[in-house]
Design a protein around this ligand. Structure first.
Ligand code: HEC
Length: 148
């Protein structure tokens, strides 16, 4: 009986050490040099993890054929303004991301402020190989007024 507990506890330690290693490789904020970008991105990371990571995953890789990736995404790279509208109003209908068809509705986030959207966008557009610089609340306001 005692032997089993030892195995179980050793197993739990193993799982815990694996997941703490994952966290280290996920932290890509260290590569951001600009102070203002970093300020926005730190808050943006928290917001991303609260509002987006359930679906798109912490590391932005998405979920199979259901949730498209943001890391990397040719669709996201092609139009920064459209991303502001997707975050605020949601997105439905067929889209093609990195050559793969997706067709699942993403709910909008009408309660996020322009500043919060700006911070989320500054985060996702300055990690995972992107370098767009700061996206501020005024830009988000303008993006939200544009049409697709
Ligand atoms: C409930 C799950 C869910 C959540 C939460 C969610 N999304 Fe999405 N997102 C989707 C789905 C599904 C699509 C594809 C929509 C389609 O097929 O038309 C999508 C599409 C996108 C796209 C365009 C496609 C791409 O991969 O480039 C972007 C950009 C995006 N989401 C960003 C975000 C951001 C930023 C957040 C957080 C504010 C977020 N999403 C929250 C499910 C979600």
């Amino acid at each position: 009986m005692k032997g089993r507990w030892v195995f179980l506890i050793a197993g739990l330690f193993f799982i815990a050490s694996c997941s703490s290693q994952d966290k280290k490789t996920e932290n890509t904020l260290a590569s951001i040099k600009d102070t203002k970008v970093l300020q926005y991105a730190i808050e943006g990371k928290n917001l991303y993890e609260a509002y987006c990571a359930n679906c798109h995953q912490k590391d932005g890789t998405g979920l199979g054929k259901l949730i498209p990736p943001l890391n990397p995404s040719d669709y996201m790279a092609a139009d920064v303004g459209r991303t502001a509208r997707i975050i605020k109003y949601g997105q439905s209908g067929e889209i093609i991301v990195n050559g793969q068809i997706y067709n699942q509705a993403m709910p909008g986030n009408p309660r996020l402020t322009n500043l919060e959207i700006a911070r989320i966008m500054t985060y996702i557009y300055n990690i995972w190989g992107n370098q767009e610089g700061v996206i501020d609340a005024n830009q988000v306001e303008a993006f939200l007024k544009e049409m697709d």
